[in-house]
Ligand binder design. Structure first.
Ligand SMILES: NC(=O)C1=CN([C@@H]2O[C@H](COP(=O)(O)OP(=O)(O)OC[C@H]3O[C@@H](n4cnc5c(N)ncnc54)[C@H](O)[C@@H]3O)[C@@H](O)[C@H]2O)[C@@H](O)CC1
Ligand SMILES: Nc1ncnc2c1ncn2[C@@H]1O[C@H](COP(=O)(O)OP(=O)(O)OP(=O)(O)O)[C@@H](O)[C@H]1O
Ligand SMILES: [Mg+2]
Length: 333
């Protein structure tokens, strides 16, 4: 279930002579002690539910995305953040997407600001209250929206906010890699196409698609050891020093929106992981990697549970219904 590849960073930087120092594999289906190690780290970052807390303490998450074409993606990400355990979930979207997203759920706080002339200022005033940001689900690729997203990322970095970049946010990173390069609280969550675009933009050569582990390591190193999650049959997670593979059993159902569930839940887990790290709870593993592994496991577990109930008609809304019980099964048992 878990594979770890350790590679010499210096060798990676000379990518043509990449040398793997060590290679451990526990096999693709068996349960290994490495699974237990990282799962127990995910468990250790989950904040306890106590009567001493006030609203907001377990996370206020912002989603940058939602435009005329895409209203489902930001909704899926934002509601997933809440269902995982964030206290408040904000969506910053365009004016025409806002009413639609509000009508899906009264749980979300929706700001129709993304296409306003002073969008950056409107979003910036919320940043001091946010613990995590997810940039990209349903953002679209209009230049003005991408420019706003870029400035919001830059302002969030100065506040040390964990940032997950997904979907059209990755389109932005492909054009401007420096926007997130080297930011240790940043996580990229590309699907295969998004990954290929990023890789080829950074390396100026076609990707060798026969060796995903090597490619994901190379991309992470090229991005300044940013945490990268290459989604697929197995999710490959790396911060440039080793590759962890998450292959919690999902299903064969690949409906749209599963990536949004992943990025929304990762936004909360990234906040929890960095808070736990600051408190000295997580020491030996990069907190972004712990958050990424947690969110990948959870998404796949939701997929499996929803598929058991709904089979071929499974949709992302069915998976969201499973978040509570999947979370309990993986991280609270
Ligand atoms: N209900 C909604 O509003 C949804 C909106 N979405 C949004 O749609 C926008 C575009 O996202 P896309 O993911 O379509 O991005 P792209 O427009 O880059 O398309 C990626 C394409 O690659 C294909 N693909 C994925 N994995 C592949 C693989 N392993 N091999 C070959 N092809 C592969 C997919 O079918 C997709 O057509 C984003 O803003 C995204 O957030 C999606 O999140 C899906 C749900
Ligand atoms: N072949 C597969 N087998 C099992 N799980 C998969 C497979 N491909 C993707 N997944 C899981 O689905 C989740 C979403 O990945 P996917 O590649 O569908 O993202 P996406 O294309 O960004 O989705 P979205 O439609 O939300 O944009 C990931 O967590 C991954 O674990
Ligand atoms: Mg996606």
């Amino acid at each position: 279930m878990i594979r770890i590849v350790c590679a010499q960073l210096s060798a990676l930087k000379r990518s043509s002579s990449l040398v793997f120092e060590r290679y451990y594999s526990s096999g693709s289906t068996s349960h290994s002690s490495m699974d237990d190690d990282i799962l127990s780290l995910v468990k250790s970052i989950v904040p306890p539910l106590t009567s001493k807390k006030h609203k907001g303490q377990d996370g206020r998450i912002g989603i940058i995305g939602g435009c005329q074409d895409y209203t489902g993606a930001p909704y899926f990400a934002a509601i997933s953040a809440l269902k995982v355990g964030a206290d408040l979930s904000h969506v910053f979207c365009t004016k025409d997407a806002a009413t639609v997203i509000k009508s899906y759920s009264p749980e979300l706080i929706v700001h129709p600001v993304l296409d306003s002339p002073n969008a950056v200022e409107e979003i910036e005033k919320w940043l001091p209250r946010l613990h995590g940001l997810v940039v990209g689900p349903g953002l679209g690729r209009e230049d003005f929206l991408l420019k706003t997203a870029k400035e919001v990322i830059e302002k969030s970095k100065t506040r040390d906010i964990p940032i997950v970049i997904d979907a059209d946010g990755l389109w932005l990173v492909t054009q401007h890699p420096s926007v997130i390069h080297g930011y240790q609280k940043g996580i990229l969550t590309p699907n295969f196409m998004e990954f290929t675009r990023l890789y080829e933009a950074l390396h100026h050569e076609p990707m060798d698609s026969s060796d995903h582990q090597r490619s994901v390591l190379q991309l992470s190193v090229a991005m300044g050891n940013l945490t990268v999650v290459l989604k697929g049959e197995q999710d490959l997670i790396t911060d440039g020093s080793k590759v962890i593979s998450c292959s919690v059993e999902g299903s064969g159902r690949r409906c749209g929106g599963q990536g949004d569930l992943l990025s929304g839940s990762m936004g909360v887990l990234a906040h929890w992981a960095h808070a736990a790290s600051a408190a000295g709870v997580v020491r030996s593993v990069n907190p972004s990697v712990v958050a990424a592994f947690g969110a990948c496991s959870l998404t796949r577990q939701c997929n499996s549970q929803a598929f058991q109930r709904h089979g071929r008609s499974t949709t992302t809304s069915d998976m969201i219904q499973e978040i509570g019980s999947a979370f309990k099964k993986l991280f609270e048992s």
